[in-house]
Design a binder for this molecule. Sequence first.
Ligand code: NAD
Length: 266
Amino acid sequence: MKTLAELADLSGRVALITGGAGHIGRAVANGLAELKCKLCLLDTAHSDVVAVSRKLAARWNTEVVSLEVDLESEDLRATVRPFVEERFSRLDVLINNAAFYSVEKLEGWVAPLEEQSLAVMRRCIEVNLIASFHLAQSLSPLMRNHGGSIINVSSIYGVLGPDMSLYGGTEMGNPAAYGLSKGGLVQMTRWLATMLAPQIRANSISLGGVYRNQAEAFVDRYVARTPMKRMATEEDFIGAVAYLASDLSAYVTGQNLMIDGGWSAW
Ligand SMILES: NC(=O)c1ccc[n+]([C@@H]2O[C@H](COP(=O)([O-])OP(=O)(O)OC[C@H]3O[C@@H](n4cnc5c(N)ncnc54)[C@H](O)[C@@H]3O)[C@@H](O)[C@H]2O)c1
């Protein structure tokens, strides 16, 4: 029987993380690099993905390449597979983590129901849902021979309805498109899990809110509603991603893991 350390070891494997320059993308990239995984960090040309990749490679002495792609564009998404194929000839882990959501100022996004824009909703679904499917579809041939793992990053709002009383008196909100796209991602995970088994596993993680200096009134209400009595930190997710990416979870597929401090437990 293998040891826990052997099951967790990712040496020789390659992971692609979308939104790799973002807060959570960077944190989970660090965790996988520590387990000796090679990485491809995908993010937009406006992000600091190149610098993030260099820093990670130097810190963990592993190969980390950056890839600047706007996931909203189907044509640009089509360049991902040839890039990974040429660079690594294989893929073991795909983490669909990038999301259309840090766009608070966009008109028709954080707005009352009747003012939410359908055009913005389509953009959100394109990035959060269709791009995740497109990458799984185009990259799965590179993953089949190695026992691949797909991890889709969802949210409590992909599983539960929003409690709008949390946002009262703040500029924050909870657009329908976000939860809709994240709920779709959880169901897409089950679909992929059954279609791609036994060669490739697919699971999702549904995250609770991460503390980032949000309005005090929001944080107080959020914490009061959370059994663990705090918001999440990026560190809270790295263990789950290491588990789902590695052979530690070799018999786990089609599951959605809530990492929410118990938010969904009552
Ligand atoms: N932060 C939270 O409270 C929270 C809660 C639940 C779920 N999540 C989920 O966690 C994931 C990561 O969130 P985060 O908090 O690290 O956000 P973040 O904004 O820090 O990172 C998201 C990254 O995705 C990239 N991205 C966005 N649109 C893209 C596009 N079109 N093409 C390529 N890259 C694109 C951004 O440039 C950014 O680097 C998201 O899927 C989000 O929905 C976050």
